[in-house]
Design a protein around this ligand. Structure first.
Ligand code: NAI
Length: 336
C-alpha cells in the first residue's frame, strides 16, 4: 500500500474554511490519500493561542515540507505582522508562482491568456524594516533590501520554469530607471542569469509600462519575473484579466518546503455565507499535485474545475453566476 502524503493544513480565516473544505472534498474524490496535520494561523490562532503564528505551525510545515493553506487576515496599518510574510521568510519560500490562465466560458476581458508570475517572495519592500522617523509619527521610512543572491535564485527559478514548461520568453518587470540600486541590481542579475539560457528570450519592461501592456494584451506574456511588491500588485491585476481573484491560485516554493494557497484574502464581506468561489483554492491544490509530480491527478482535477467553470449554472456570484460554494464543488465532483 502506498504511504499517505503528509502535509500541513491551515484552514485560515474568513472564507478560508469554506474554500479549503470544498478543496478537500475534491482531493478526497481523486482517490489520493493525504495525512493532514491541522495547524492554526492568523485570527483563528490568536483566538485559540494568543499568537497569530504558533511555533507548532512552522514546525509542522518544516517537518512535512508541504502545506495547503487558506487565507489569513492581517490587520491594516498596525496590529501584528502579516503571518503570510513571516511564514514565507521563516521557511525561505523564495518563489511565489502564480499562474494566470483564461477559462473558457468565464466572463472576462481576454481569451487565451496563459502566463505565470514568478515573484520574489522574501525581500524588497517586504523585508520588514519599517519605522517611524519621529515621535509625532509625522514621517515614516521603509527599507527595501534586494540582494544579488535573492535576485539570482528567483531569476534562475523563472528561466528554469520557462525551459521546463516549454516557454520561450521571460519578461523582467522592474523600475531600474528610478530605483537604480535596488531594482537595478535585480535587473542586472536577471540579465546575467538570462545569458545561461540562450534558448529563452529576456524581455525588459518598466513596471508602469508592464501594467498598461498587460491590460492591453496579456496574451503576449509567458513568464514574468519581478520583485516582491510589484509581483503582489501584478498578480491581482492579472487575476482580474481572466475572471478575478476567485480563479487565481498561487504557490510559495523554497528549497525545503512549499505552501499552496489562493491569491485572494479572507474576503470578510462574504465570509460565512457559503457563497465564496473555491476554484482558486482548488487550483492551488492542482499546483500542489504538480509539485508532487502527480501530473495525471493534477490534470484530472484541473479539467474538472474547468468544466465546472464553463457551466454558467455552477458558477459563483463573483463570476456572475448564482451557484454557491457547495453547488460549484458538486459540479467539480460530477465532472471528475
Ligand atoms: P480579498 O482578496 O479578501 O477580497 C477582495 C475582494 O474579492 C472582496 O470583495 C472579496 O469578496 C472578493 N473575493 C476574494 N476572494 C473571493 C472568492 N474566493 N470568491 C468570491 N469573491 C472573492 O482582499 P482584501 O479585502 O483586500 O483582504 C482581506 C484580508 O485578507 C486582509 O486582512 C488581508 O491582509 C488578507 N489577505 C490574505 C492573503 C493570504 O492569506 N494569502 C492574501 C490577500 C489578502
Amino acid at each position: 500500500m502506498t504511504q499517505p502524503i503528509a502535509a500541513t493544513l491551515i484552514r485560515g480565516d474568513g472564507i478560508g474554511p469554506e474554500v479549503v473544505g470544498a478543496t478537500l472534498r475534491v482531493l478526497d474524490a481523486l482517490g489520493l490519500s493525504f495525512s493532514w496535520d491541522e495547524q492554526l494561523g492568523g485570527q483563528a490562532a490568536i483566538d485559540e493561542t494568543g499568537d497569530p503564528l504558533p511555533r507548532a505551525t512552522i514546525e509542522s510545515i518544516r517537518a512535512r515540507k508541504l502545506c495547503l493553506k487558506g487565507p489569513l487576515g492581517t490587520p491594516i496599518a498596525g496590529g501584528f505582522r502579516s503571518v503570510n510574510v513571516t511564514l514565507r521568510q521563516e521557511l525561505d519560500l523564495y518563489a511565489n508562482v502564480r499562474p494566470v490562465k483564461s477559462f473558457p466560458g468565464v466572463p472576462c476581458r481576454y481569451e487565451n491568456v496563459d502566463l505565470v508570475i514568478v515573484r520574489e517572495n522574501t525581500e524588497g519592500m517586504y523585508s520588514g524594516i519599517e519605522h517611524w522617523v519621529d515621535r509625532d509619527h509625522s514621517a515614516a521610512e521603509s527599507i527595501s533590501i534586494i540582494t544579488r543572491t535573492g535576485s539570482e535564485r528567483i531569476a534562475r527559478y523563472a528561466f528554469e520554469y520557462a525551459r521546463r514548461e516549454g516557454r520561450k520568453k521571460v519578461t523582467c518587470a522592474h523600475k531600474a530607471n528610478i530605483l537604480k540600486a535596488t531594482s537595478g541590481l535585480f535587473l542586472e542579475t536577471t540579465r546575467g542569469v538570462a545569458r545561461e539560457f540562450p534558448d529563452i528570450r529576456l524581455e525588459e519592461l518598466i513596471i508602469d509600462n508592464m501594467c498598461q501592456q498587460l491590460v492591453k494584451d496579456p496574451t503576449r506574456y509567458e513568464v514574468i519575473v519581478t520583485t516582491n511588491l510589484f509581483g503582489d500588485i501584478l498578480s491581482d491585476l492579472c487575476a482580474a484579466l481572466v475572471g478575478g481573484l476567485g480563479v487565481a491560485p498561487g504557490a510559495n516554493i523554497g528549497h525545503h518546503a512549499a505552501i499552496f494557497e489562493a491569491v485572494h484574502g479572507t474576503a470578510p464581506d462574504i465570509a460565512g455565507k457559503g457563497i465564496a468561489n473555491p476554484a482558486a483554492e482548488m487550483l492551488a491544490a492542482v499546483q500542489m499535485l504538480r509539485y508532487l509530480d502527480r501530473r495525471p491527478e493534477a490534470d484530472r482535477m484541473e479539467k474538472a474545475i474547468r468544466a465546472a467553470l464553463a457551466d454558467a449554472g455552477s458558477r459563483t456570484g463573483d463570476l456572475g453566476g448564482k451557484a454557491n460554494t457547495a453547488r460549484f464543488t458538486d459540479a467539480v465532483l460530477a465532472a471528475l
